[in-house]
Design a protein around this ligand. Structure first.
Ligand code: URA
Length: 437
C-alpha cells in the first residue's frame, strides 16, 4: 500500500477502505508517513468528506493508536462528558460532583487549557495540593471508593490525535466534520466510559458558527459513539457570551462552588442540569429528563453535590476546606473595575476576546510550556441584555501585575458592545440529541 495512492483516491472523492485507513493512521503514528503526506490527506478529507463507515474506521484506528483504558475494575456505570470548548466553561466542576452524588461513576480524564479556553485540570489545581496525576490503580480505587476522580490525560492516550491535531492546527484543516469527530471520539472511546455526553458549542469563538453546523457535528458524534457501542447524547449550546460570570482558574472554581451551594442560578446551572440529565437518562438512572433534573437539583439542595466535590478534592490530596471556605483559594493582589464608556444595554460580549484577556493576565497558556497563575482572570458584572449606566462596572479584573491590569481594563471595554436598541437573545440550549426526552 502507498500513501500517495490513498491521497489521490481521497482527492478524487473515492471511499477509503478500513485497511487503508488503519495503514494510514499506523504509519503516521510511527513516523513512516511524513507530515507533508498527512497534510495533503487531511485537506483531501476536508474537501471531499468521509462517509459514516470511513469516519468510524478513522475513529477506531485512532482510538487503538495507543493505550486504551479498561474501566471494568470500576463497578457500576461510568460516565464521561466532553465540551468542544468554551470561555468560562466550568461545567465539569459542577456537573461531575452532582452526577456522582446521584450514583453514576465519574472516571474522567481532562485536558489542560491552551489559548483562550481553560482546562478543567488547571482549574482543579487551584485547590492547594490537588493532584491530577494519579496512577491507574489510584484512579480506579478513588472512583470505586468515592464515585469520582478527575485526572489529566495519560501521555499515551491516542498518540495519533496528538500528532494529527497539531498538524491540522497549522494546515487549515481543523473544521472538517470527520476529522473533528474522529479526534474527539477516539479520545472518549480510549478513556473507556459507558456513557458519553457531548456539549457541542456554536457561535462566536467555536468551530461551528451556526446551530445547523453544530447539529451536523452533534449527529455525527453521537452516531459514531453509538456504533462504537457506547451510550451517547449531545447538547447543542450557545457560546455567544462566556458561560456564567467568571473566567480564570480559581475564580471559576469559586463560581462552581457557589452553584453547588445553590447560591447561583442561570446559564451555568441550566447547562449542567441539561448535560446531567442526559447522563442520568442514558445510564438508565432516570426515566425522563424532567425526573433526572429533579434528582440533580435535590443533590444541590441537600448538600450532597458540594460534599462530593470536597470528598474528591480530599481524596486527590487537595485542601478540601477551600470547598466550604472559598476565600482560602488563591486570590489576586489587584481587583479593578471596568467602567462602561456609555449607557445602554449589553448587545454583545465577545467571548473569545474575554478569554484572551484572561490569558494575557496569566490565566491561560500561549504555549504548552507556560505556567499559569490560578488567581487571575475576569468576573463579568453584566451579561447579554443587561442595562448599564455610564461609569457602572461591566466587569472586574483580577490581576497580579498593575500594567496588565490596566491593559485588561482597556481591552475588556472593547469586549462589550453597548446598544440603545432592544437585544434579541437566542436560547442557551438549542437542541438535545439523546434518549429519555
Ligand atoms: N476538539 C478536539 O479534541 N478535536 C477537534 O478536532 C476539535 C475539537
Amino acid at each position: 500500500m502507498r500513501m500517495t495512492d490513498l491521497i489521490a483516491k481521497k482527492r478524487d472523492g473515492q471511499v477509503l477502505s478500513t485497511e487503508e485507513i488503519y495503514y494510514m493512521i499506523a504509519g503516521y503514528t510511527d513516523g513512516s508517513i511524513p507530515d507533508y503526506q498527512m497534510s495533503a490527506m487531511c485537506m483531501a478529507i476536508l474537501l471531499k468528506g468521509m462517509n459514516e463507515q470511513e469516519t468510524l474506521d478513522l475513529t477506531m484506528a485512532m482510538t487503538y493508536s495507543g493505550e486504551v483504558l479498561d474501566l471494568s475494575p470500576i463497578e457500576g456505570i461510568k460516565a464521561d462528558k466532553h465540551s468542544t470548548g468554551g470561555v468560562g466553561d466550568k461545567t465539569s466542576l459542577v456537573l461531575c460532583p452532582m452526577v456522582a452524588a446521584c450514583g453514576l461513576k465519574i472516571a474522567k480524564m481532562s485536558g489542560r487549557g491552551l489559548g483562550h479556553t481553560g482546562g478543567t485540570i488547571d482549574k482543579l489545581e487551584s485547590f492547594p495540593g490537588f493532584s491530577t496525576a494519579l496512577s491507574e490503580k489510584e484512579f480506579f480505587e478513588n472512583v470505586n471508593r468515592h464515585g469520582i476522580a478527575l485526572i489529566g490525560q495519560t501521555a499515551n492516550l491516542v498518540p495519533a490525535d496528538k500528532k494529527l491535531y497539531a498538524l491540522r492546527d497549522v494546515t487549515g484543516t481543523v473544521p472538517s466534520i470527520p476529522l473533528i469527530v474522529s479526534s474527539i471520539m477516539s479520545k472518549k472511546l480510549a478513556s473507556g466510559a459507558d456513557v458519553i455526553v457531548l456539549d457541542v458549542k456554536c457561535g462566536d469563538g467555536s468551530f461551528m458558527k451556526t446551530p445547523g453546523q453544530a447539529l451536523e457535528l452533534a449527529e455525527n458524534l453521537t452516531k459514531i459513539g453509538r456504533r462504537a457501542g457506547r451510550r451517547c447524547a449531545a447538547v447543542i449550546t450557545d457560546m455567544d457570551q462566556p458561560l456564567g460570570f467568571a473566567v480564570g482558574n480559581a475564580l471559576e472554581v469559586k463560581e462552581a462552588i457557589a452553584v453547588l451551594k445553590g447560591e447561583q442560578e442561570g446559564d451555568l446551572l441550566d447547562l449542567c442540569l441539561a448535560l446531567g440529565s442526559c447522563m442520568l437518562t442514558e445510564a438508565g438512572f432516570a426515566g425522563s429528563h424532567a425526573e433526572a433534573k429533579e434528582t440533580l437539583k435535590m443533590s444541590i439542595r441537600d448538600g450532597r453535590a458540594l460534599n462530593k466535590l470536597a470528598e474528591m478534592v480530599r481524596a486527590q490530596g487537595g485542601d478540601d476546606r477551600a470547598v466550604y471556605q472559598p476565600e482560602l483559594l488563591p486570590k489576586a493582589a489587584i481587583q479593578v473595575e471596568v467602567p462602561a464608556p456609555k449607557s445602554g444595554r449589553v448587545g454583545r460580549i465577545h467571548a473569545e476576546a474575554v478569554g484572551l484577556v484572561s490569558m494575557m493576565l496569566g490565566g491561560g497558556r500561549a504555549t504548552k510550556e507556560d505556567v499559569i497563575d490560578p488567581a487571575v482572570g475576569v468576573v463579568l458584572r453584566k451579561k447579554l441584555g443587561d442595562a448599564v449606566a455610564e461609569g457602572e462596572s461591566l466587569a472586574q479584573v483580577h490581576a497580579n501585575d498593575p500594567e496588565k491590569a490596566k491593559e485588561a481594563v482597556e481591552r475588556l471595554q472593547d469586549c462589550f458592545e453597548l446598544t440603545s436598541g432592544p437585544v434579541v437573545r437566542g436560547p442557551l440550549i438549542h437542541q438535545i440529541l439523546g434518549t429519555g426526552l
